[in-house]
Design a protein around this ligand. Structure first.
Ligand SMILES: Cc1cc2nc3c(=O)[nH]c(=O)nc-3n(C[C@H](O)[C@H](O)[C@H](O)COP(=O)(O)OP(=O)(O)OC[C@H]3O[C@@H](n4cnc5c(N)ncnc54)[C@H](O)[C@@H]3O)c2cc1C
Length: 656
């Protein structure tokens, strides 16, 4: 029997996950012939990274993989297992490529200000091993977590130690301040709530207990502004509000997270009792930073749907092994090359340099009849022949520039990954029945107005989705310094630190990559990755309307960074002057497809699920689809790819 031809458009993590799942058994490989059409010379989209001529790893932005990424880690582990690399390979197994970590922090502006660090406790689990806990467990875990922080016992003692660096604890502070009547009272109430939970009390009793302790909590908060204790109280206040909201609004029940989709995250927490001081704190605002979620990129206008944020917070709490994992190479090397090599072995075909220009409907308006492409580069050995990887010290890497020696001739100029590129290319049309039977659309939402005009005109659901699911430009910086972290003035171990001043609001020490990079001609001892948002409009302009846009945006980033180096770098690296900088890489992700998807209040219901597009032979995947996680991340993307594969094959592959 002829195999069904599946054309996957786009080569990001969602599309690759779909290809992986759809080729995961011999019987599936007998059923489907899969071709991935990618506009660029590499895979990964917003997770792509590459090596430049100096040996540097250049990333789209900082990427951290969280311990709750069940689908993502399952995919990665399967890919490494299938590759079965020799032990001498620098990234022989997934364990070589991902190291458990968990030291995170926020730059807190409350009181005297400064870093507040959290050490997420390790556990014996392995991400990718199993499913998430049942929904009710989420809420109870969360409440227990708050109580453990407040009470200063159990596995959260490490968190408490970070919150009270002087060695004091909630309990000792309470005991040392007998005149502060609110503290012992609060402690008694906390212990009562803990006992209720241990006895498995019902949700109504728990909510009443939370409400009962709140006045004492707020009184303590107001009394203790500026002290280390405030941070612990703020932390508990926020988590208790989240727990209360989850229980009262039954978001784990019938209405689901969409029931609170119309509300902004901090407004919703406020409705469930959080103190304004907690809401305005860095802890209260941390989700906005993590999700790049600011209206028009304006730091003064944070906004994220309560449902999406609550879902993300709850999921994050279910991590296995470690709070997060740090890659021991670039994302391209640790994740995308193994996936690509595994897919090639399974017979999946790759058409690099193929830019999708339009999806065309048939006269009934119910099926994709054709896909218009532009082949940006002609290859010597045919359109599917590109070999994209290079060997750098035994590791398969993606070069920063296409490997032009495989091309017939190089025409035009500009990046093959840019909608602003000036490459004439060859127009090509894929026809239903001849070239494909099914289409998987893995192109990001920001680019859909260009690519899916017919679909948007034919379907009000599509029009609503494209109009409402917003995206935002992001910025990233990589800095190589000639002194180590300690000499530059950071007194703690390598940390993932958020809530820094814009535009580079998140910082992570990545010096462990230096040994892999071995820069040519430069001695670097510390490597910093930073990223954040770029202010600007809800939609990227059309290239024909504003040909100079990418250049201007990059110039703006350079100016903003100058200011950042002068004013803010010293907050966390006080001895890192410009004279210490030996190399840098700045990047603005302002292209329609490079923008980060947003989960703004009132928009989750506009998302379309991968298998429910309304068009017979089309499924979709990406972090912008209804993948039940909503915040843009590698896990949401992989989940959507798995959902797309389930819809095509009729097999219910596990998610989460
Ligand atoms: C700065 C930054 C930092 C991030 N950090 C993290 C993090 O720490 N952890 C985390 O989990 N997530 C992080 N994310 C989010 C994560 O990168 C995305 O959620 C994920 O990459 C989305 O995957 P996707 O497959 O949906 O889309 P994409 O990754 O955008 O992939 C889409 C693909 O489609 C291709 N394409 C686009 N247009 C066309 C066309 N016309 N024709 C053919 N191909 C086309 C693109 O080239 C690309 O390969 C970050 C995102 C950004 C922007």
């Amino acid at each position: 029997m002829a195999r069904e031809r599946v054309a996957i458009l786009g080569g990001g993590p969602a599309a690759l996950a779909c290809a992986w799942q759809l080729s995961s058994s011999a019987s599936l490989r007998d059923r489907f012939e899969i071709t991935v059409f990618e506009m660029g010379h590499r895979l990964g989209g917003k997770t792509a990274s590459s090596r430049d001529e100096q040996g540097r790893i250049l990333e789209h932005g900082l990427h951290i993989l969280f311990g709750f990424y069940e689908s993502f880690f399952r995919l990665v582990r399967e890919a490494y297992a299938e590759l079965d690399r020799p032990p001498e390979h620098p990234l022989a197994t997934w364990r070589h490529a991902f190291h458990p970590d968990g030291l995170g922090g926020l730059w807190e502006t409350l009181g005297a200000g400064g870093p507040v660090l959290f050490q997420y406790p390790r556990d014996g689990g392995v991400p990718g091993d199993g499913r998430e806990p049942r929904p009710r467990d989420h809420a109870l875990h969360m409440v227990l977590g708050c109580l453990q922080v407040l009470g200063g016992y159990g596995p959260f003692q490490q968190v408490e130690a970070a919150l009270f660096p002087s060695g004091e604890s909630w309990r000792s502070l309470g005991a040392r301040s007998p005149s502060e009547a609110t503290l012992p009272r609060l402690r008694r109430r906390v212990h009562r709530l803990a006992r209720l939970l241990e006895r498995g009390a019902g949700e109504r009793v728990i909510v009443a207990a939370i409400d009962g302790l709140r006045p004492a909590l707020h009184a303590a908060l107001e009394r203790h502004q500026d002290s280390g204790l405030t941070l612990g109280l703020v932390f508990a206040d926020l988590w208790l509000s989240l727990a209360r909201g989850v229980l009262v609004d039954d978001v784990l029940g019938v209405g689901g997270f969409q029931a609170i989709d119309h509300l902004e995250w901090t407004d919703w927490l406020g409705q469930h009792g959080a103190h304004p001081c907690s809401l305005g704190s860095s802890m209260g605002q941390a989700v906005h930073d993590a999700a790049f979620s600011f209206i028009d990129g304006d730091p003064a206008r944070p906004s994220v749907a309560a449902g999406a944020a609550a879902r993300g917070q709850l999921a994050a709490y279910t991590y296995r092994g470690a709070g997060f994992f740090k890659m021991q190479a670039g994302m391209g090397e640790a994740v995308l090359a193994p996936l690509y090599l595994g897919l090639k072995r399974r017979g999946v075909r790759f058409a690099f340099f193929h830019r999708v220009e339009a999806l065309r409907l048939d006269p009934t308006g119910r099926r994709i009849q054709a896909v218009d492409l532009r082949r940006q580069v002609e290859l010597r050995e045919g359109p599917l022949s590109y070999r994209p990887l290079v060997d750098v010290d035994g590791v398969e890497c993606w070069p920063e520039e296409p490997l032009w020696d495989q091309a017939v001739e190089v025409q035009g100029h500009g990046s093959v990954e840019s909608y602003w590129s000036q490459r004439p290319g060859l127009a090509q049309r894929l026809e239903l029945g001849q070239d494909f039977d099914r289409v998987v659309l893995g192109i990001p939402v920001g680019a859909l107005p260009r690519v899916c005009g017919d679909l948007i005109a034919a379907s009000p659901r599509w029009a609503r989705m494209v109009e409402q699911v917003g995206s935002i430009a992001t910025v990233a910086a990589q800095l190589w310094f000639d002194q180590d972290l300690e000499s530059l003035g950071w007194p703690h171990p390598p940390t993932l630190l958020s809530r820094l001043p814009p535009p580079l609001t998140t910082w992570c020490d990545m010096s462990h990559l230096l040994k892999l990079e071995r820069l040519h001609g430069v001695e670097a001892r510390q490597l910093s990755y930073l990223c954040g948002t770029q202010s600007g409009p809800f939609l990227a302009p059309r290239p024909e309307d504003d040909p100079d846009f990418p250049r201007r945006e990059h110039a703006r980033l350079v100016d903003d960074c100058e200011l950042f180096w002068d004013q803010h770098l010293r907050l966390f690296l006080p001895r890192a002057g410009r004279e210490r900088l030996v190399s840098s890489y700045l990047r603005v992700n302002c292209e329609p497809h490079a923008r980060c998807s947003l989960a703004l209040p009132g928009t989750l219901s506009a998302r379309i699920a991968p298998g429910d597009t309304g068009f017979d032979n089309l499924v979709i995947c990406g972090d912008w689809t209804d993948n039940r996680l909503y915040l843009a991340c590698a896990e949401g993307s992989v989940r959507s790819g798995v959902m797309a594969a389930s819809a095509i094959s009729g097999q219910g592959f596990p998610i989460g």
